[in-house]
Design a binder for this molecule. Structure first.
Ligand SMILES: *Cc1c(COP(=O)(O)O)cnc(C)c1O
Length: 406
């Protein structure tokens, strides 16, 4: 298959990747999304915007992040070589800042004064608060009261960065209520505000925009890997929550003969409610303004989801992933909580890199695959660093005494 025109073709002008994507919105928000789409399509091709984003990435974020060869880990697993794209070294410790800086810069160019978002575990909130501080924008983050109590360090970070953190106290007081509150705010205030979505999800243009801002990850990685080895990797892989780090990492390789695998969280097992593997166990449906593959309960509503990695527990997935699987270009597989924690300890101990539990899912998959392949190479997108997860891991798994050493 020839994918050289893929990026030009998808999404369509109305935001579809095949049948997935689109913008399913309350009527009042249609003009707001239309405004963002039009602004994005013009502003983002201006040399002023491109140059400013390039400068920010280099001077503020510390890009390019390196590609690193895990020689110790690879040796333990056999002859297949594992490499990491080090998004954990991106400023603020994860890939999320890539799209938050893009969204912040767009807000600035559009003359908006304020950016808002919801956050679950707080990672997106921290990245957006960082962007707001940089651009001098007002920032309001909606967070469920239950999540606020659980995520004190991220709440503290957002406040230190100058964001206004609003505690949402209705319903179950978690992410869903925070999304509703943020949408409510946006409906009232869209003239001076942009609602910055935290992954390649939500209505058009967000899946496209966030993808474009994350594209740099794979673009750098492809060049760096080629410079390092003279080849392209046999397999590339990344964890998939909403799907932003993976999509940005995957697409620059879409026209290469490279196998691409997205890894979803299997959590405690394959029962509904015990995992968040939407692609593996879900079906087509509309939620949060877009059509994709989602996990539903018996009433067709978004099902409860679970993963040890709070950044992965989303009941749907970016529409482009649903499309990439449908056309057969990307495969999706799973890694469980225990496999992720095992990878967390092994990467820490043998390479001196403490990965985020989200990223550990991709590392776990790569370790399994490397054993099976016995040769060749796998490039993993290490989406973030694991400092945020240390307390939780130690409390529940000690220092890894119960995990087998290869
Ligand atoms: C949020 C997060 C993810 C999951 O989000 P995607 O949109 O799927 O990339 C993965 N890794 C880390 C470190 C995160 O913070």
């Amino acid at each position: 298959m020839d994918y050289s025109t893929y990026l030009k073709k998808y999404p369509s002008a109305d935001g579809f990747f095949g049948k997935f994507g689109g913008a399913y919105l309350p009527q009042q928000l249609v003009p707001a999304m239309e405004e963002i789409t039009q602004a994005y399509l013009t502003i983002c091709h201006s040399s002023q915007f491109i140059n400013e984003l390039r400068r920010i990435r280099k001077e503020f974020q510390g890009r390019p992040t390196p590609v690193y060869h895990c020689e110790n880990l690879s040796r333990k697993l056999g002859n297949c070589q594992i490499y990491l794209k080090r998004e954990d070294l991106n400023h603020s410790g994860a890939h999320k800042l890539n799209h938050c800086m893009g969204e912040g810069l767009l807000a600035k160019f559009m003359g908006k004064k304020r950016i808002i978002a919801e956050t679950g575990a707080g990672q997106h909130g921290v990245a957006l608060a960082t962007a707001a501080a940089f651009f001098g924008l007002d920032c309001t983050i909606y967070m469920g009261a239950v999540d606020i109590a659980k995520q004190a360090p991220n709440v503290a970070r957002m406040k230190v960065l100058g964001a206004n953190v609003v505690s949402v106290k209705n319903g179950a007081k978690t992410l869903k209520e925070a999304v509703d509150a943020a949408f409510e705010d946006y409906l009232q205030n869209y003239k001076e505000t942009i609602y910055c979505i935290g992954s390649v999800v939500g209505p058009h243009p967000f899946p496209m925009m966030v993808r474009d801002f994350q594209y740099i990850v794979g673009e750098e990685a492809r060049e760096q890997f080629k410079d390092m080895t003279g080849f392209l990797p046999d397999v590339i892989t990344a964890c998939v929550g909403g799907g932003s780090n993976s999509i940005g990492f995957f697409l620059p390789f879409i026209n290469d003969s490279v196998e691409i695998v997205g890894v979803e969280p299997l959590g405690r097992g394959d029962k509904l409610g015990d995992h968040a593997a939407s692609m593996s166990y879900g079906s087509e449906g509309v939620m949060h303004g877009f059509n994709s593959i989602m996990l539903k309960n018996v009433d067709g509503e978004p099902a409860p989801v679970y993963s040890i990695a709070s950044g992965l527990d989303y009941p749907s997935v970016g529409p482009e992933h649903a499309f990439l699987r449908e056309i057969g270009r990307v495969k999706y597989d799973v890694a469980s909580d225990l496999e992720a924690v095992d990878a967390f300890f092994k990467l820490s101990r043998y390479e001196g890199i403490i990965p985020a539990l989200e990223s550990s899912h991709a590392v776990a998959y790569a370790m399994k695959l490397a054993k099976k392949m016995g040769k060749g190479s796998i490039l993993v997108n290490l989406s973030g660093r694991g400092d945020k997860d240390l307390d939780y891991v130690i409390e529940h798994y000690g220092y890894g005494e119960n995990f087998k050493d290869f």
